[in-house]
Design a binder for this molecule. Structure first.
Ligand SMILES: C[S@@+](CC[C@H](N)C(=O)[O-])C[C@H]1O[C@@H](n2cnc3c(N)ncnc32)[C@H](O)[C@@H]1O
Length: 278
């Protein structure tokens, strides 16, 4: 119940965060149920200290604390996300456990910080230029017997019908390339198990968690509007990187708008890996 209250709180704040963070905020709110069902599959011991690496708006940090009566430290580089996370914690605090949010680059954590028993990194590795080094560092950070839980995207699982119109599809591909140029990887899901093995962790569970929906969509739907907005926000970066021409950009946006209203089938999956430090 408190989890759903947090999703609602975040949704109500969507006009108070910057446009650049709005997509993440909506995603956090809309995927609340899937996030909470993940908690059922985590074996964390009650009361154990946990780091939520790249915690974003902090919903998972709060839910981890509540579920495991744990002391959770939510870490992120983004001050705006952390500010909202702190406000969310005040508005709907965890019924059990404790949460603290700290600003930090989780690829360079100070060695003097207390070591958590376990750590969680959801949808973070897709943004990191050196995921191998990051997972090695996290495997050294957690205590023996503790767990590292990773969850991330893999665009290889995405199927849409009817398919996106070709000019919009080209724009989406340019958007993915932009993320890759920044060091990100939208196919990191398939690599999570390898990253853990490389770091010397024992694989406990590997799952591909599918999700499918059929929706009657119009251009006015918030989710549709934000799909467009997410790309529009990157217009100058896409043009500067030479990934699209101004004409291709405008054609893509026009094709997107022309595709609605429509009934859309969309299926995708995230990859979850639970690994243990022996
Ligand atoms: C896609 S969001 C995921 C947020 C959250 N884990 C969730 O599941 O909703 C990725 C988050 O990682 C943060 N991030 C990216 N690189 C980071 C780094 N090197 N150190 C700490 N946080 C980072 C971003 O600021 C963003 O909040």
């Amino acid at each position: 119940m408190r989890g759903a209250d947090r999703d609602r709180y975040l949704l109500e704040r969507r006009h108070q965060v910057s446009a650049a963070r709005r997509w993440l905020l909506l995603q956090t709110a809309y995927t609340g149920e899937a996030r909470r069902s993940t908690l059922d599959r985590l074996p964390f011991a009650p009361g154990s200290p946990i780091y939520d690496l790249g915690c974003g708006f902090g919903a998972m940090s709060l839910e981890l604390a509540e579920r495991f009566a744990a002391t959770v430290v939510g870490l992120d580089v983004d001050a705006e996300c952390l500010k909202t996370a702190g406000e969310l914690a005040q508005a709907v605090p965890p019924a059990r456990g404790q949460v603290e949010f700290r600003r930090a680059d989780v690829t360079q954590l100070p060695p003097q910080w207390p070591r958590p028993h376990s750590a969680v990194a959801r949808f973070l590795l897709q943004h990191l230029p050196e995921p191998e080094q990051a997972v090695v560092a996290w495997s050294q950070l957690i205590q023996s017997g503790g767990y590292l839980f990773l969850e991330d995207v893999d665009d290889g699982y995405t199927v849409q019908y009817p398919p996106p119109p070709p000019p919009w599809q080209r724009l989406l591909e340019a958007f993915t390339q932009l993320q890759a140029l920044r060091g990100g990887d939208r196919q990191v899901g398939r690599k999570l198990a390898h990253l853990c093995l490389h770091a010397g962790l024992k694989l406990v569970r590997v799952e591909c968690v599918p999700w499918a929906t059929v929706r009657r969509e119009s251009l006015e739907d918030p989710a549709v509007a934000f799909e467009r907005e997410r790309v529009v926000e990157e217009k100058s970066a896409l043009l500067e990187a030479g990934l699209v021409t101004p004409e291709e950009f405008e054609q893509g946006i026009a094709a997107f708008a022309a595709a609605f209203p429509r009934v859309t089938y969309l299926s995708t999956a995230t990859v979850q890996v639970l690994a243990q430090k022996l």
